[in-house]
Structure formats: structure tokens, C-alpha cells
Design a protein around this ligand. Structure first.
Ligand code: KIV
Length: 253
């Protein structure tokens, strides 16, 4: 696998062709994240994203990609045992251009990860705060705040690496724990809310560009006020239509 720990890896989500074309080649990795279920489809969590939904969006992302490495999120329930996982992961490879799949979970998913890897599928792990567990856990909780939680996340990280994952996302952990995981593992550690001492960062595109405005987690930095810019442009358009300004001479046949 071409990704190493010697330079910072940039990863961003994308859900469609349009935005993939804008991100392609600038970011190293594009994640077709099941976060699309919330930000794009208005659901309250990621759990109802299906294989059909994720395949649909992965195919759209594939159409916009020339360079960046594409990772498809395996939806909740589609890797509940190793056979089901292999069947579904195979669909991402045979029906889309995805270069890898991502699976949430640590020790308990190690066997599944190793089964996929043995069958020729590149797997990215995802540990710490795992959104697909949020309903079962009763919310989104930062991990590593006490020794027990710290040790569990560290154990999960090692299990995912030993199972053969090529990289791992670590989400929502104390920065010091993010650092320890990055120092312990030999595979790249991509952080989201895991501090700066990891091997790369991932953000959800609609969060970092300010299009998703329902809430803003602490780890998100907004690089654009997308929502404001769009509303302002649409208001201008509405105003010009209502006042007979648009279409102007140059817009007419
Ligand atoms: O679904 C997603 O976008 C993710 C990132 C938050 C890592 O899993």
C-alpha cells in the first residue's frame, strides 16, 4: 500500500461526482462516508445507510475521480459476520472503483478484517468514537477519558493493525491517546477529533465547507461559510427574477 507514515495524509469525504471533481488530486484519500446519511439525506444517524445507498454514492464519486484513493464505508449491519462482510465488501470491488473499504470496530472486528484482507480486499479500520455504535451507546462520547477506555482503544488499534488493515481512522479520542496510537502502530493513523500528533486528518466535506449547519462538533474547522454563500447567491437570483433583471442580454438567445 502506497500510504506511509512519513508525510501527513489528507482525507476528505465526498458523496457525488460534482464535489469529487473539486477535491480530486488535492486530497490523498476520498472517503465515501456513511456520514452522508445525516448530512446529505437528513437522517438522525448513520445507521439506516444501506448497501444500495453506499454503492450509489460510491459509483458517483468514482465518476469524478482521476487520482485520489477512494475508500467506501461499509454500512451498519453489512459486516456483522465475516461471510456477510466478504459478500458486501466484494460488491464494492466488483460494482464500483473503490480502492478499499472502511469498517468500524476494534478487537471484535479483527477476525472480519483479516478475512477480507485474506480475500484481497484492502481494509481501513475505524476505532474510538464509532458513529455506528452511537445509538447502542446512547450518544456520541469522546473515548480515552479514563484508563479503562484508554486501554480499550489502544487494544482495538493494535487488533486492527494485526488483522491486516492498511490504515486506521481514530475518531473522538483525547489528543494524547491519538499520539500514543500513532507512535505505537506502524500503519498510518488518520485522526478526526484525535489531535494533531497522528499521521493524517479526515473531515466531512459538508462540515469543513460550512454547508451542514445543524451542529458543529469541536473538531471541525470551517474553511468556508458555504451555507451563507449559497443562501446569499440564491437570494440575489430570486431578487433578480422577481424584479425582471435576470435573464440579462447575455443570457438570452
Ligand atoms: O462517515 C464518515 O464520514 C466517517 C468519517 C467521520 C471518518 O466515517
Amino acid at each position: 500500500m502506497k500510504f506511509q507514515k512519513d508525510s501527513k495524509i489528507v482525507m476528505l469525504t465526498a458523496y457525488d461526482t460534482l464535489f469529487t471533481k473539486l477535491f480530486d488530486g488535492i486530497v490523498d484519500m476520498i472517503l465515501v462516508g456513511d456520514s452522508l446519511n445525516m448530512s446529505f439525506r437528513g437522517e438522525r444517524d448513520t445507521l439506516s445507510a444501506s448497501m444500495e445507498v453506499m454503492l450509489y454514492h460510491t459509483k458517483a464519486v468514482c465518476k469524478g475521480r482521476k487520482e485520489s484513493f477512494i475508500i467506501a464505508d461499509m454500512p451498519f449491519g453489512t459486516y456483522r459476520n465475516r461471510e456477510i462482510a466478504l459478500e458486501n465488501a466484494t460488491r464494492f470491488y466488483s460494482e464500483t472503483c473503490a480502492d478499499a473499504v472502511k469498517i468500524e470496530g476494534g478487537v471484535e472486528k479483527a477476525d472480519t478484517i483479516s478475512h477480507l484482507v485474506q480475500n484481497g480486499i484492502a481494509v481501513m479500520g475505524h476505532i474510538g468514537l464509532t458513529p455506528q455504535s452511537s445509538r447502542g451507546e446512547g450518544g456520541y462520547f469522546v473515548k480515552g477519558r479514563d484508563t479503562e477506555s484508554w486501554e480499550k482503544v489502544l487494544k482495538d488499534a493494535k487488533a486492527v493493525e494485526n488483522a491486516g488493515a492498511f490504515a486506521i481512522v481514530v475518531e473522538g479520542v483525547k489528543s494524547e491517546l491519538g499520539k500514543e496510537i500513532a507512535e505505537t502502530l506502524s500503519i498510518p493513523v488518520i485522526g478526526i477529533g484525535a489531535g494533531k500528533d497522528v499521521d493524517g486528518q479526515v473531515l466531512v466535506w459538508s462540515d469543513m465547507l460550512g454547508f451542514f449547519e445543524d451542529f458543529k462538533p469541536k473538531f471541525v474547522k470551517r474553511y468556508l461559510n458555504g451555507g451563507e454563500l449559497v443562501r446569499e447567491a440564491v437570494k440575489r437570483y430570486a431578487d433578480e427574477v422577481q424584479n425582471g433583471i435576470f435573464p440579462e442580454e447575455e443570457n438570452r438567445y
